[in-house]
Design a protein around this ligand. Structure first.
Ligand code: SF4
Length: 349
């Protein structure tokens, strides 16, 4: 008999499933408190439940998270990456990133990625299955417990391995669980530009922040490093960003990986500013993290080139942040830690 992992259910489905086996109803609230408030992984930890109820729950359900198998030493900025092993042997990554009085946790949504961006190690290793809600919230709760972080300090970004909008249903259940503790404005979903997924996200009553990986100021160059552009053209993507509702005080992010001599000139910055005209977004410039699995022509720009690019954007009225060193020394770009522990092989397209 297969048992249901309760962390795979949205809070609403959890209540429905427990209603058949748990009474009186206040016990369900207690279970939710242990799960969403403490991230427990066994019914034995639910010490205010009667022993018989704990035993009967354990017969029907599980509370499993993926297991951490490796954590990098802290980088100079304090960020650390953890490698998790899933039940079926797949491995995924999550990153803990302290940022002043806040902490961001970067989560994976798939155990690989079929989108195949050429600057990305996860894309290099090819497609992987969708993660379940328990595997996604499990990364969050495990990292929260590892660092004893109060949840009020935490932000979440789905920018690890995988394309979250290609795992839409599980993503929505995961967001519903995270919303128990975090306001939607503290969660960001980053996409390579899956236009129907962006529109589906836009229709939700509670919307996370949206980040879109742009990476080139024109369609031709974007197609070279992001083949998904052939299916979802850049112009259509910009239109979808314009349609995405942003509440007061919130804005989208246009992610832009800076590659030396390829998309980092002042002219590119001007073209990017023009492309984003009318989009309520700031640019997050991400100097490329070099990796032996990726094309050797892809290099990190000099600090001077990065500064000039950023200044040009600012001069053209585009707000911009730079992820200059976040985790640079811990292989923090998506898939890099797993990539270093994986045998070298060719791209699986
Ligand atoms: S950057 Fe994101 S969407 Fe592109 S291949 Fe990597 S994981 Fe997939």
């Amino acid at each position: 008999m297969t048992t249901t992992n309760l962390y795979d259910l949205s809070p609403l489905d959890l209540e429905r499933s427990l209603a058949d086996v748990v009474s009186p109803p206040f016990r369900i609230k207690q279970i939710e408190q242990w799960m969403y408030g403490h991230g427990v992984t066994s019914f034995e930890e639910m010490t205010n439940l009667p022993r018989e109820l704990r035993a009967s729950l354990a017969e029907r359900f599980t509370l499993d998270f993926p297991e951490v198998v490796e954590t990098t030493p802290p980088a100079s900025d304090g960020s650390q990456k953890s490698l998790f092993r899933l039940k079926d042997g797949n491995r995924i990554e999550a990153v803990y990133m302290p940022m002043g009085d806040r902490v961001s946790v970067c989560l994976s949504s798939q155990a690989g990625c079929a989108v195949g961006c050429t600057f990305c190690v996860t894309g290099f290793f090819g497609a992987g299955r969708n993660l379940t809600p328990s595997e996604m919230v499990g990364q969050f709760f495990t990292i929260q417990q590892m660092y004893s972080e109060p949840v009020e300090r935490m932000n979440v970004v789905f920018m690890g391995m995988g394309e979250p909008l290609l795992n839409f249903e599980n993503l929505i259940a995961t967001l519903d669980i995270l919303y128990v503790n975090l306001a939607p404005k503290r969660i960001t979903v980053s996409t390579s530009g899956i236009i129907p997924g962006i529109d589906d996200l836009a229709r939700l009553p509670r919307r996370p922040n949206l980040a879109v990986s742009i990476n080139a100021p024109d369609r031709k160059r974007r197609e070279e490093i992001m083949p998904i552009t052939k299916k979802y053209p850049l112009e259509g993507l910009i239109a979808a960003m314009k349609r995405y509702p942003t509440e007061r005080g919130r804005e989208m992010t246009a992610e832009y990986v800076l590659l030396a001599g390829w998309n980092d000139s002042p002219r590119d910055a001007i073209a990017l500013a023009k492309l984003l005209r009318g989009v309520h977004a700031k640019v997050n410039a991400i100097p490329f993290n070099e990796d032996p699995n990726l094309p050797p022509w892809m290099k990190r720009p000099s600090d001077r080139a990065i500064d000039t690019f950023v200044e040009t954007l600012v001069e053209h009225g585009v707000p911009v942040t730079v992820r200059r060193s976040k985790g640079r020394d811990i292989a923090a770009a998506c898939g890099q830690l797993r990539g270093r522990t994986e045998p070298r092989r060719k791209r699986t397209a």
